[in-house]
Design a protein around this ligand. Structure first.
Ligand code: ADP
Ligand code: MG
Length: 259
């Protein structure tokens, strides 16, 4: 049974998509069978992996609401062991349509259940909101990775997210765990970056990943080439950091591979 990990933070621009696509690709490089689900109408994971969202007609959302078959929309990517459930822009407005459905928070869990045993890891890229699709992702997930940008107001909104996670644990998904808080866009030269690292580690010691993702220009360039950084700049700092994160998560879950 694959481990389902949601990448969530209702704050935009903190590195969710960068983390979803590069963590998924790194797990695949380490030969874990991995699926990344793009659950954001901005479809950045879809385009970042080289697919045109305008050509996508069916996403996870149609599987949740119209009972389309998820098996028919999984695409294999250029990276061995990495598959994608793409997104498209029409997901906007989706949440309004969902409001009247029965068990509307549990639709994604049902859809993922159908394909879960084919993967070691299923990574869900969430949108910058705590709306119904994100609630669905957190209800479907075993755990959540929370990217936090090493910037001003890094911790802003984190309380609300942690509170939402608590509510989901109580009402919908008692098994949901926090896989970890991930510090992103760290710049060793900036005092501010170091202050954020200290602050986050002070408040959330046991929850923070050892791996820190540096600010790295290849990480921001690779999506425009339709590639995760492990393919675009395999030995660079960004790729190494995400491979370390993949190893850290695999080890934490008792799935580390022998070297
Ligand atoms: P989110 O999905 O949370 O909105 P993104 O992953 O799209 O955030 O990141 C926001 C912007 O920052 C993007 O332009 C992305 O390329 C860039 N970015 C993310 N992580 C890094 C990093 N470690 N180094 C440099 N740029 C990054
Ligand atoms: Mg995003």
């Amino acid at each position: 049974m694959g481990k389902v990990i949601a990448i969530a933070n209702q704050k935009g621009g903190v590195g969710k998509t960068t983390t979803a696509m590069n963590l998924a690709a790194s797990l695949a490089v380490l030969e874990y069978k991995t699926l990344v689900i793009d659950a954001d109408p901005q479809a950045n994971t879809t385009s970042g992996l080289g697919f045109d969202p305008k050509e996508i007609e069916i996403s996870i959302y149609e599987c949740m609401v119209n009972e389309n078959d998820i098996n028919e929309i999984i695409i294999s990517t250029e990276i061995d062991h990495l598959d994608l459930v793409p997104s498209h822009i029409d997901l906007v407005g989706a949440e309004v349509e969902m409001v009247n459905l029965e068990d509307r928070e549990e639709k994604m869990r049902g859809v993922i259940q159908e394909i879960r045993d084919r993967y070691d890891f299923i990574i869900i890229d969430c949108s910058p909101s705590l709306g119904l699709i994100t609630i669905n992702a957190l209800t479907a997930a075993n755990s959540v990775v929370i990217p936090v940008q090493c910037e001003y107001f890094a911790l802003e909104g984190l309380g609300k997210l942690l509170n939402t996670i608590k509510i989901i644990q109580t009402r919908l998904n008692p098994e949901l765990e926090i896989e970890g808080i991930l510090l992103t866009m760290y710049d060793v030269r900036l005092r501010l970056s170091n202050q954020v690292v200290e602050e986050v580690r002070m408040h959330f010691k046991d929850m923070t990943f050892d791996t820190i993702i540096p600010r790295n220009v290849k990480l921001s360039e690779s999506p425009s080439f339709g590639m995760p950084v492990v393919a675009f700049d395999a030995t660079g700092k960004g790729a190494v950091a995400y491979l370390n994160l993949a190893n850290e998560i695999a080890t934490k879950n008792g799935l580390a591979k022998e070297n």
